[in-house]
Design a protein around this ligand. Sequence first.
Ligand SMILES: Cc1ncc(COP(=O)(O)O)c(C=O)c1O
Length: 422
Amino acid sequence: MFDRNGYDDSRYNLENIAEIAKTSPTVAALVEKEYNRQKNNVELIASENYCSEAVLAACGSCLSWKYAEGYPAKPVDRHSGNKGRYYGGTRYVDELEEYCCDKWREVFNTDYHVNVQPHSGSQANFAAYNAVLEPGDTILSLNLDNGGHLTHGSSVNFSGKFFDVHFYNVDDNGFIDMEDLEKKAKELQPKLILTGASAYSRIIDFEKFAEIAKSVDALFMVDMAHIAGLVAGGVHPSPFGYADIITTTTHKTLRGPRGGMIFCREELAKKIDSAVFPFAQGGPLEHIIAGKAVCAEEALRPEFKEYAAQVVKNCAAFADEMLKLGYTIVTGGTDNHVFLIDLSDKAFSGKDLQNACDEVGITLNKNCVPNEKRSPMQTSGVRVGTAPMTTRGFVEEDFIEVAHRIDEVVKKLDAEKAAEAK
Ligand SMILES: Cc1ncc(COP(=O)(O)O)c(C=O)c1O
């Protein structure tokens, strides 16, 4: 489709499909179809990425079979009864898990405590809240319609069911409204102030958030799942030093295995660890922890900084071109890897555009926009991100071409709606 496709076959070992086919031709055929879909499509889902062959191999390793409930024993105890774990034979996974934690501290240049066991971003948030809050405690977080995540207090999620969650919003231009945050923080005296987003395209001022949290004696938590790779690559300010707790996924801009992590100030370490295990989870996925360690080593390489910088440059070029083509972009642009195209004034929804793009091999997702008028199943926006295609080698000119392809799809939908209206 594009001159520069960049889907690196070596990232995915095709022999795996042949191996699966020996037992299940059905599963093998579906994996192969998905492989071809990925390879042939332009992937603009802001929360996706492609991990390296090394990460995949670590995730597919024999560590998958090891049970290791608990935490690594201190090296001095390691050979005498696996003190930190509930199972024997954990000597090497102990070493691995500690190595993984050390590498992530190195990536974010921090001395925070880190727990690398959460199975996902949602699990990380579940454990983080439960480490420091009681059911019914008040959380102040960014509204889902304004870019927040389900686990930040949606009524259909555990966060909204177990805690008393209130929301701050974005202002009329789509930027986080710090005055609204400050006012609500004073009124509500929340126990926890949370920031981080799934669909917010601007730099988040962690210093100001921390100041407001401190002024009302609230804990300050950052969910950096989306921007973690940009923080690691030095192209987004870091929340370390400001936040008491930082959660993340490892599979978005960090382009590691699917999973989560929690960082916290040392004084919260015990609470965080026991909220992950035994409160929220059982045995850690040591194969995924191996993948997380490999991912950390990749994030420490100079190439990762180049990738992160290119993600941001690509996103700016993409958003600029959409603006030139006459589209409304929430906040008028982007500082990171993502932006929202606002289709409020169109006769078709975000879902319509998502489906029409799918037909021409462009994968993106419908998304609510601030002051959304349509239902979350329809939406008035689409979200686009540049991380996956940057991993595949796309540069600014490719994203300019993508902008024109999306514009063609929009024009076709405009024409269809106009014909229907006649
Ligand atoms: C900000 C944020 N936090 C948490 C999550 C949840 O991650 P997971 O899908 O791994 O549970 C996401 C996922 O999209 C996210 O965007």
